[in-house]
Design a protein around this ligand. Sequence first.
Ligand SMILES: [Ca+2]
Length: 249
Amino acid sequence: MNEGRAYTNNSDVYVDITPAAGVTDIVSIRYKLNGLPPTTIAYTTSFTINVGNTDGAKVITLELIDGVGHVSPVYSATVTLDKVAPTGSITINGGAAYTASLQVTLGFTLRAGVDDVELIQLSNDNVTWSAEETYNASMSYTLPAGDGSKSVYVRLIDRAGNVGSAQDSITGGQEPVDIQTYENGDTVTVSDNSGKLVRTGFTFDGWNTKADGSGINYVLNNKFKYNKISLENNVLRKIYDTRLFLLRE
Ligand SMILES: [Ca+2]
């Protein structure tokens, strides 16, 4: 039944009959679904039973009957109907906004109660999908080459073949590096976006000392005095370390 698989998402369950060697006189099949009154059909080696739309175990018992009314032993098989697609989410590098490396870690979080994901497929464009592979909560992944916003889409496939999906994006590129060193009181000139950090839907507008844009803004060629005490650290370095844009939609 169900080609030997224990789970299905199809209400029409396939039943295949293989008589013992030499048995040629079967004329009918009598089957029951979950103990309900029996249905009798003409003998065939393959047929479907509609098990309805309610998820759960479906126990099918059947007997084979020959031309003179001899009835075989009862044969039984169980298949579990599951029509609920898994739901969950994906993160790239734990949800980081930016990456300077194409080598990232994907993390998957399944919604509470979802425990039947067996396989995944991945895509960078939601069109072309990788081959199915075994689900793990975390895996390494190589983003497509080039700077820019990268998306990873995932199909979460459960044991019955239901498919759920999730997606996350991350911005690729290199943080710019200012190779100069500064002493207290030196004038620092803010550099351009030489690392080509980009984010889809946004235009580069400058730098900010905080990830949420609530810090100090700096744009290209802004000048400021480097002050080790008030800024705690080399400001440029701090700006660059935050790997930020000041973004304007
Ligand atoms: Ca399921």
